[in-house]
Design a protein around this ligand. Structure first.
Ligand SMILES: NC(=O)N[C@@H](CC(=O)O)C(=O)O
Ligand SMILES: [Zn+2]
Ligand SMILES: [Zn+2]
Length: 423
């Protein structure tokens, strides 16, 4: 099994490399130069970017329990099509992934039918109900890479503090869905001018920021690595920036929808734009872009949240929160951030591969010799219109349908084998 990826622009943020080079792969491992023979597969990457396999650290695969929305098979197929070789999946399944048996089940299903590597995230509390801690150490031993009650906040500060004390001991990050429920109560979109015009109940920026502040204080006190999920407001970016300056062990992610869209996308009551946290105002979008550029926001993650057509095809108030992101992420990063000069390709790849790997303690995210050959090839000039009907995901709930994106994944390689190719 020999493969050479020739003539591409190789980007490896682990060593700050961004230069023309060839990549050699033998038996699924990136290796030193070797002489090609008739058994060697050659990929011509002229004009393309060759980067470490992308890792999406915030995905909802919905299995077990919500297989009508997505399965491990379809979600990982969507990941491969989106240029991702790994996804970390959130525990808000049914049953909730709050014990080692569910973590083992996910790992088994992923081994059987996963197209990409799957890294399960365990729940912080039993049933993610926020009442008592789940069996964290047991889940860590079964392969959980982080803990989160994503979908819900951990409202009890004392419980969150104890979770952080345990996770610090286990050396595993806590991923926080920051939402103060008494402030968010009943809201369905960002609280602002648009919510007033539409007559919909708003979720104020403070609902997120109060919780970001609380968790930063708890992480500083406990020393636990804290990762803030789906940052959406200018105030959150400022809090995280300031906390990092003080040496707080905090990292943070932003989604493509939060760096691209405002609450304007909700006009006409488009339920595909109903997401938690909600799409915010223009100043917030600007602030998360600045946070990405200055390194305050470490990661770009999709929060891929598939729902069925019927679930979304209802009154705005009644529709579930969430939108799909795996198959539009790279296109949005290149179109909105790289081609606009907000991020260099090196920075973009760091946020899509290296940083997620480091935060989750996964042995991936680099093209160094000796690494597993998880590789993504991106054509920075390839242009396509988003067509949800082409998605491998069961979820078609995207607010980006019809949008033209430039800069798309063309080959996804996992352990030296092509799992997606357009050329
Ligand atoms: N983001 C969402 O709007 N929805 C997520 C839950 C979450 O990420 O909080 C889901 O599971 O559907
Ligand atoms: Zn969440
Ligand atoms: Zn989520």
């Amino acid at each position: 099994m020999k493969l050479i990826i020739k003539g591409g622009r190789v980007i490896d943020p682990a060593v700050g490399k961004d230069e023309p080079a060839d990549i050699y792969v033998r038996d699924g491992i990136i290796c030193a130069r070797f002489a090609e023979d008739e058994d060697t597969q050659i990929i011509d990457a002229t004009g393309k970017l060759v980067v470490p396999g992308l890792i999406d650290m915030h995905v909802h695969l919905r299995e077990p329990g919500y297989e009508a929305k997505e399965t491990i098979a379809t979600g990982t197929a969507a990941a491969a099509r989106g240029g991702f070789t790994g996804v970390a999946c959130m525990p808000n399944t049914d049953p909730v992934a709050d014990n080692r048996f569910i973590i083992e089940f996910i790992n088994k299903r992923a081994a059987e039918e996963g197209q990409v590597n799957v890294y399960p995230i365990g729940a912080i509390t039993r049933g993610s109900r926020g009442g008592e801690l789940a069996e964290l150490a047991d889940m860590r031993d079964a392969g959980a890479v982080a803990f989160s009650d994503d979908g819900r906040p951990v409202s009890d500060a004392g419980l969150m503090r104890r979770a952080m004390q345990y996770c610090k001991m286990l050396g595993v990050p806590v991923i926080s869905h920051c939402e103060e429920q008494t402030l968010a109560a009943g809201g369905v979109m960002h609280e602002g001018y648009q919510s007033t015009i539409l007559g919909l109940k708003g979720i104020p920026a403070s609902a997120e920021e109060v919780m970001v502040a609380r968790d930063i204080i708890l992480a500083s006190e406990t020393g636990c690595p804290l990762h803030i999920a789906h940052v959406s407001t200018a105030g959150s970016v400022a809090l995280i920036r300031e906390a990092k300056k003080r040496g707080c062990p905090v990292t943070a992610e932003v989604t493509p929808h939060h760096f691209t869209l405002t609450d304007q996308a909700v006009t006409h009551y488009n339920t595909a734009a109903k997401v938690n946290p909600p799409l915010r105002g223009e100043a917030d979008v600007q602030a998360v872009r600045e946070g990405l550029a200055d390194g305050t926001l470490d990661v770009i993650a999709t929060d891929h949240a598939p729902h069925t057509y019927d679930e979304k095809n209802v009154e705005f108030d009644l529709a579930p929160f969430g939108l799909v992101g795996l198959e539009t992420a790279v296109g949005l990063v290149w179109t909105e951030l790289v081609h606009t000069g907000i991020l260099t390709p090196l920075q973009a790849v760091a946020k899509l591969a290296l940083h997620p790997a480091r935060i989750l303690g996964i042995d991936r995210g680099t093209l160094a010799e000796g690494s597993v050959a998880d590789i993504t090839v991106i054509d920075p000039l390839l242009t396509r219109q988003v067509d949800p009907e082409q998605f491998a995901s069961k979820g078609k709930n995207t607010p980006f349908a019809g949008r033209t994106l430039q800069g798309l994944p063309v080959i996804t390689i996992r352990s030296g084998a092509c799992i997606y190719t357009t050329i």
